[in-house]
Every structure is written in C-alpha cells, then in structure tokens.
Ligand binder design. Structure first.
Ligand SMILES: Cc1ncc(COP(=O)(O)O)c(C=O)c1O
Length: 381
C-alpha cells in the first residue's frame, strides 16, 4: 500500500522525465553501429535536429547545461579579475561557471513583472560602469521557468559597450519570443536536457549560436582541446564535456515531440490558473508580451499572509512535490562576496512564490488532486 492518497498512489513529482517511445529506434541505432562514445553521427544528428527546431545555425551538444555556460564564458575570454553581470533570481548553475573562471559575479535583481533579468537596472548601470572603466566582460540573462528574456533589447543595451550576452536558456527549450526561439539574439545560448527539463537526454546540455567560430571553439574545448593531428597536441587546456552518443540518441527522440510537450505544459498551466487563479492574492507568472513560453514549471505567488515554505511542506504530506522559487544568489553563503544591485524583488518572490508539479505526463485526475490539496491547505492556513 502506498503512503500517499494521490490518484495513482505514487508521489506527484515536480517535473519527472517523460519518455515518448520515439527514443528507442535512435538508441538501437547507436547500439547497432557501436557509436556509443561521445563521438559519431548521432551527435551531429541531435545537433542538427536541435538547430531545425530552434533556428540556431550552429550548436554543440555537451554533458550538461552547466558545461555549456562554462564553455560560453571560456569562449568569450572571461578570466580571473573579470566581472560578469548575471541575475540573482536563478539556479546556482547560471552563476557557478563564472567562479570556475576566477571571475566575479555581479548579481542583478529581476523584473517584478516577468521575473527575468531587470533590463531597466542594466540600462541604468551600464553607463555608470563605463564611466568607472568597470564594464563586465559578459552579461548572462536567464529564461526563467521558460519565460524568454528580451535579448533584442538586452543586446541593444550591451552592444554599444561591446559587452557580449550569454542566454542561459536551460529551462526554455521550446519557448519563443516574437517568433524567435529563446536565446536567439544573444551572442550564444546554453540549454539543459537534465532529467527535470521539458526534454531530457538523461542529462546533457548544448551551446548554440549564430557565431560558427565560437561554437567550433566550444566543440574543441569540450573534447580536451585536441588539435586535428594524428597524435595528441594541445595548444590550450580543454575539458571532457562532450555529450555521449547514447544521450544524444535519447535527445533525438525527445525533440520529435517537443511541440506536444510544450502544448501539454501550457495546458497544465491553464488548468492550474482556472482552478486557483480566482483565489484572492494569487498571481500566476504572466507571459512577457509577444511570447509563447514553454511553461516548463507552473509558477505563482501566494497571498502575503501565506508562507511558501510551510505550504510546500504541507503539500508534501499529500504526496505532492511542490518547491519554493529559487532562493536568490545574493542570499547564498557560497556567493557572500558577490555584489548585489537591486530592489529586493527576488527576495520577496522567494518568500511568497511556489512551483507546482508540471510534468507533461500528468493526467487530469492528478492536476485536480493538486488543486484540491492546495485549496484545502490554504483554507487551513
Ligand atoms: C537556469 C538554469 N541554468 C542552468 C542549469 C544547468 O543545467 P544542467 O543541470 O544541465 O547542468 C539549470 C538546470 O539544471 C537551470 O535551471
């Protein structure tokens, strides 16, 4: 007997992997051809399918989204003593690679409406930094919870100062803004295929760009920076970051169902909004104007009198995995030295926001169960 009263008797997880069945023929092909290593035609196939789905001309598949961000920073020449501007309201993987390079993250608040990097703050700070001769070596923006950031506007702000923009689009595969896939318009964009993402390769990432030279440099760095000679020649230090062909095969099957996955996540978001949106003080994250977000996770803020941590703990007792929103990076001990520029928007979102189970395999009974559990928890609170 399961301990949980959920419709299936199983815990309802936040965003578990959702295999389609289309992955198997690709995986079988990898076995049959014995190209299982981080090399071979399946990697090129996955990269090509990703480019077709997103409109990026160039892509390299790597071991994780974190590795993709690290490679982006390396390719843009970020090194010790440099500053990199990045949002405070994100997952640690957006920021950690800055420190791998010995650079200093400068953490910016998020926009109170769309929760991505506050571009008004960036616009205010760029001329001041230029006057101090203290411009960042790069700016990272994050497509948070699948909400696409406006890279055209960010590039228009950063280009006059010669500052490149990295899109951390880890959560935003399948999101579009003004008809362009998330991350387009940035200097380069990093994606994640971690097990909890809208598509998974069973762990993996990808760096994409309009800039062929940048992507080819990242590809070389991801394979220990070997020179194209028959012996082992290295002109710089690289990494073992390439994706394996087995992971790429899973990714090919997943890419075939990307549009279905986005449609389902959006339906789940709408079902939650219908079930909970009329509760006083509840606010669902609105899509930025012109966007088709993938709604990777349904996220909302609660009335001020409710405490998100205790709501998450209560839902756990029903067998429901909900989560608080990202704890801001400037509130993390690990980043205590990082300067913070902002108005405490991210802190208040952390206090009052939650993510709801949003896996694309969720069935209607489960969505209804989550809604009813939330209402009964709120009414008790
Ligand atoms: C915003 C963000 N950036 C980066 C990453 C890192 O991706 P990965 O787990 O594939 O390293 C993730 C997800 O895990 C993420 O949510």
């Amino acid at each position: 007997m399961s301990a949980f009263p959920t419709p299936s008797g199983e815990r309802i997880l936040l965003s578990p992997p959702h295999m389609s069945g289309r992955e198997r023929p690709y995986v079988d092909e990898v076995f049959e051809t014995n190209f299982v290593a981080p090399a071979g035609p399946m990697l090129a196939r996955f990269e090509q399918m990703f480019c077709e789905a997103t409109g990026f001309p160039h892509a390299v598949a790597v071991a994780s989204g974190t590795a993709a961000i690290h490679l982006a920073l390396r390719c843009l020449g970020v090194g010790p003593g440099d500053k990199v501007w990045a949002p405070t309201f994100t997952f640690i993987a957006s920021i950690a690679p800055i420190t791998y390079q010995g650079a200093q993250p400068v953490l910016f608040d998020c926009d109170p409406e769309n929760w991505t990097l506050d571009l008004d703050l960036v616009a205010e700070e760029l001329p001041k930094a230029a006057a101090r001769n203290d411009l960042p070596k790069a700016i990272i923006a994050v497509d948070l919870y699948g909400q696409p950031c406006d890279y055209d506007r960010l590039r228009a702000l950063a280009d006059p100062y010669g500052v490149p923009v990295i899109a951390d689009a880890a959560e935003a595969v399948g999101s579009f803004l003004h008809g362009q896939h998330a991350g387009r318009g940035a200097t380069c964009a990093a994606f994640s295929f971690n097990g909890n993402k809208i598509l998974t390769t069973g762990g993996g990432g990808l760096l994409a760009s309009e800039d062929k030279v940048l992507v080819e440099h990242a590809r070389n760095l991801s394979q220990q920076a070997r020179q194209p000679v028959p012996y082992y020649e290295h002109n710089e230090i690289g990494y073992n970051y390439r994706m394996s062909a087995l992971n790429a095969a899973v990714g090919c099957g997943q890419l075939e169902v990307l549009e279905e996955r986005v449609a389902r996540r959006r339906e789940i978001f709408e079902a939650y909004r219908q079930g909970l949106g009329n509760q006083a003080g509840v606010k669902f994250l609105e899509e930025i104007s012109g966007a088709r977000a993938n709604r990777w996770l349904t996220v909302l803020t609660l009335p001020e009198e409710l405490d998100s941590a205790s709501i998450v703990a209560e839902l756990d007792r029903y067998g429901i995995e909900a989560r608080q929103l990202w704890k801001p990076m400037h509130c993390q001990k690990a980043l205590a030295d990082a300067p913070y520029i902002g108005r405490n928007v991210a802190e208040s979102l952390f206090k009052c926001g939650i993510c709801l189970p949003s896996g694309s395999a969720m069935v209607e009974d489960e969505i209804r169960f989550v809604i009813e559990a939330i209402l009964s928890v709120w009414n008790k609170a």
